[in-house]
Design a protein around this ligand. Structure first.
Ligand code: 5AD
Ligand code: SF4
Length: 477
């Protein structure tokens, strides 16, 4: 999916902020404990918080220690082969643990569960549960079955499930920023992408439950929400209980969330270039708390390759979209996803990608070489004909260019001041804060003598930069 990529990171950070922690060490409170590890996109991390909520409702407590766990879950990603290999490696380690602790159950959740279905039980011996992204409500029953020695599998995809009524239990939160899932699935069928097969058809979550979740987070001290979906711009909610009501579009939803409170920052991810509307851009410009940052995956700069990818836009069309964003939101940060070495990609196509990256002046990009995924349109229709070394060489060129563009973009910010939401202490130095600007750039600055804390906004003047980070000093609070 096109989304904030957190690939290969685990949920292992739980900090302050939650009035109630699922990681309660009182041995009398929960009779059983689960451990959950997530891979892949932000949507998977968000889903793990739904799973945690369902499990907690059944009396399971969370633990960060696999040795304490009665249940181990791994929420998996299928987007590239490497993501699946990482999961397989981790499962091998869980298998060893299970041999030492036979009563323990191991469950595979998410996209790999959906893609491999019950094959998982044959391929990966000692996996007890296989549950696809739309079947988490059936977890309690499947766990009970698995406890009696049967294998539990549910990989049914749904056209309706949005887990709208389930309040996520925040697992990896800093108490300041949280994800809110606004839609599930994807109808786009980009030819390289496995997501439409693993996450099913697009459906939008009830707008009122989204706003309520944002309000609840704000009341609990959160200062930033990121609205998540594979393709947020095609959000379209029609209330089946009130069919005469007008549908709610993404632009309207953004406005509804922005109105929760002016000091709650609103972000969103991911936008498909073909779907982001002028209305969305105008809504962003109207509300100071809707961040000036758009993740707008290009994938390729060649119109020919874009057509093979089934992206439904051309190079010129994408350029016009960038122009429109720059016109309506001159301060907007823009980032991208790029794939190198897609089927039939020539050196000329590759040069088209590089030149369009230059044109777009991305602040940041997630960059990958093409990895054929079984069952996708590309796997069925086209030969994966670009040698791996060529894919990797082109990727290295794309990465080098992005590094230069990021550095240039950062250099332009030196001397300017930004409103920064403090997220916590800088990892390297406890005398410094780190936070982000509206444009999603990380800024590090000395605490100095200002009486502020994580969750506060400060005005920071940028004094210098590296390729990845802005450095500054507090100007005012
Ligand atoms: N190979 C390489 N990259 C891929 N992506 C999606 N599918 C593939 C694939 N088969 C990338 C796209 C997408 C991002 C989340 O992952 O760039 O936007
Ligand atoms: Fe994103 Fe396209 Fe995959 Fe949908 S099919 S998740 S739009 S890359």
């Amino acid at each position: 999916m096109e989304a904030l990529e957190l690939t290969d990171k685990k949920i292992d950070e739980v900090r302050q902020g939650e009035a109630f922690s699922p990681f309660d060490n009182d041995p009398n409170k929960y009779s059983k404990k689960f451990y959950i590890e997530s891979y892949g996109c932000a949507m998977n991390f968000s889903d793990s918080e739904i799973v945690a909520s369902i499990l907690q409702g059944e009396g399971f407590g969370a633990t960060r220690n696999t040795e304490e766990a009665d249940l181990i879950f791994i929420n998996t990603c299928s987007i590239r082969e490497k993501a699946e290999q990482t999961v397989r490696k981790r499962l091998t380690e869980f298998r060893k643990m299970k041999k030492e602790k036979p009563g323990m159950l191991v469950g595979v959740l998410g996209c790999m569960a959906e893609r491999l279905k019950s094959k998982f039980l044959e391929e990966e011996k000692l996996v007890d549960l296989v549950i696809g992204p739309d079947a988490y409500r059936t977890l309690p029953g499947l766990i009970t079955e698995a406890e009696t020695g049967q294998k539990g599998v549910n990989v049914l995809l749904s056209r309706e499930e949005t887990y709208s009524d389930i309040a996520p239990v925040r697992l990896n939160s800093n108490g300041i920023s949280a994800f809110i899932s606004i839609m599930r699935g994807c109808n786009n069928m980009c030819s390289f992408c496995v997501v439409p097969f693993t996450r099913g058809r697009e459906r939008s979550r009830d707008a009122h439950s989204i706003v309520n979740e944002a309000r609840d987070l704000f009341e609990r001290g959160y200062k930033e929400v990121t609205l998540l979906g594979q393709n947020v711009d095609s959000y379209y909610f029609t209330d089946s209980n009130h069919p005469m009501d007008k549908a709610i579009t993404f632009a309207q939803l953004l406005e509804m969330v922005a109105l929760v409170d002016p000091s709650l920052r609103v972000r969103f991810s991911t936008s498909h270039p073909k779907d982001i509307t002028e209305d969305v851009l105008i809504t962003i410009s109207k509300y100071e708390n809707i961040c000036n940052y758009i993740h707008l995956p290009l994938q390729s700069g060649s119109s020919r390759v874009l057509q093979l990818m089934n992206r439904t836009y051309t190079r010129d069309w994408y350029k016009a979209k960038i122009d429109q964003i720059r016109k309506i939101l001159p301060e907007c940060g823009i980032s991208s996803d790029i794939i190198t070495g897609f089927c039939t990609e020539t050196e000329e196509d590759h040069q088209d990608t590089l030149s369009l990256m230059e044109y777009s002046e991305y602040d940041m990009s997630y960059m990958f070489f093409y990895s054929e995924r079984p069952g996708t349109l590309a796997a069925r229709r086209y030969e994966d004909d670009i040698p791996e070394e060529t894919k990797k060489r082109r990727l290295a060129e794309v990465v080098a260019l992005q590094n230069r563009l990021s550095h240039e973009s950062n250099k332009k910010d030196v001397g300017k001041s930004y409103k920064v939401l403090i997220e916590g202490e800088s990892k390297k130095n406890d005398q410094e804060w780190k936070g982000r600007s509206s444009q999603n750039k990380t800024i590090v600055f000395p605490k100095a003598d200002f009486d502020v804390q994580a969750g506060d906004y400060v005005m920071v003047k940028v004094t210098s930069c590296t390729q990845a980070t802005l450095l500054g000093e507090i100007e005012s609070i």
